[in-house]
Design a protein around this ligand. Sequence first.
Ligand code: ARG
Length: 586
Amino acid sequence: MASVTSLSDSVQQRLAAALSAAVQDADSADPLLRRSDRADFQANGILALAKRSKANPRDLAAQVVARVESGDLLRDIEVSGPGFLNITLTDRAITENLAARYADETGRLGVPLAADPGITVVDYAQPNVAKEMHVGHLRSAVIGDALRAMLDFTGEKTIGRHHIGDWGTQFGMLIQYLMEHPGELAPASEVDGEQAMSNLNRVYKASRVVFDSDDEFKERARKRVVALQSGDKETLDLWQQFVDESKVYFYSVFEKLDMEIREDEIVGESAYNEGMPETARLLEEMGVAVRSEGALVVFFDEIRGKDDQPVPLIVQKADGGFGYAASDLTAIRNRVTDLHATSLLYVVDVRQSLHFKMVFETARRAGWLSDEVTAHNMGYGTVLGADGKPFKTREGETVRLEDLLDEAVQRAAEVVREKAQDLTEEEIQERAAQVGIGAVKYADLSTSPNRDYKFDLDQMVSLNGDTSVYLQYAYARIQSILRKAGDVRPAAHPELELADAERALGLHLDSFGSTVFEAAAEYAPHKLAAYLYQLASLYTSFYDKCPVLKAASQAQVENRLFLCDLTARTLHQGMALLGIRTPEKL
Ligand code: ARG
């Protein structure tokens, strides 16, 4: 059995046992534990229980203290204020718990898997075909990838869906143009990401010019949309070229982002084409959607526009065409019925939250979403420039994602070079990519996702403060200590007394698993980021106060090396869940 019961769970179990011995119907009473300044933990919740059983809180707390089994676990337990208990653990219990985590060969640091995991479909990283990716797409990719890794770590089964924008009327114009100017797009197999995007941009701009100036072309483009929708072979082949060329570009950006995207999980809007007429028919038959001015729409009492008129969700337009809502509704049917999802998670800009609200409500009315399935749009905020205004280039254009990433890597190279002692130029470049991309991801993930965040490269690659570089340095510093230790191997010594800084670090290490579970359940990667930052800070104070290689005895050197190594492993695992590398040397 590789999984380890956390210290707080062990304490909780003992308290619960003592409580049920003290009060008859205490089954439902779970004393809540909090980390505390004065002791290791403070338990509350006894107050509420005392009220329920009409006992005096102080008496009840005293009874619990008298009945609790201390064993090797508790050093001290005392009543502090009405219904509160201060609890201090033994040094031995802390070290033994950490030793068990260290010994877990599965690499999970003793963290158990969820007893009853579900299936979450994560909709993230969804750029649009024939369009440049922008910073908004960056957030979806970074947050979605981290949430997914965190959920996987808890034992949840995740399925990715990249709902790329690969359908719609704009393809009429693009395809028609390509038909009239064959050879403007090179075969996807012959281009790299940059060439692909520049080809697509050129075709997009050129076709736009003709479309806007030539009414006959506009009409041919409109007919091309109809041909596309009716599945005309030649039209579909050209459409496929746009998709393939775009994928070359997407993959190049995701690679730069150090992110793995699976081909079979790129399931764009077009994939739901076949199901859309049925979606519409079912909604109309059930009376969930109604005809209004020729269109098929769904109304909601509480959703109204400025003039107080209800704003409907449009399932099918009056001309018979289907749009964004129809593809999302059809996708829900597929994800629940065929993929057996128990949770649907959408990592999409908060500006689309009304769309999802209406889509989810419609699906509930239709019975496609039941009480057993949760649906959530994790709407993230806007990326702002360092000046706090929406992120734009000096010329006022939206910033190209790759330029941004390249700049981050370049800045990181400066930081790495300055500190580099024994790194070759090649190593500096490799680290720069890990530090630069890590900085971009961490800055995004460490702010609460629904808030806007400032894209400030100076701050992001700073060595001081809440940045990924700070965490990466903490990790690399530990590796260098472990290398310096040479033949002396890290080993736990539960018989040793621990200094305060060691206890604080140890207790924090113990709470890694519960932090990941909480952060995953709440879709809150910033809680994991905050945990890791605190871990690095606690490590720094441990390192300042407790000499490692020059500790008093051989046993203490080994025990401190063991604390160092477990800290490093925890940092490594936690950063990996955020999609960030931890280089061995920096
Ligand atoms: N492609 C869309 C955009 O760039 C995002 C798609 C979000 N996912 C979804 N199922 N609607 O805005």
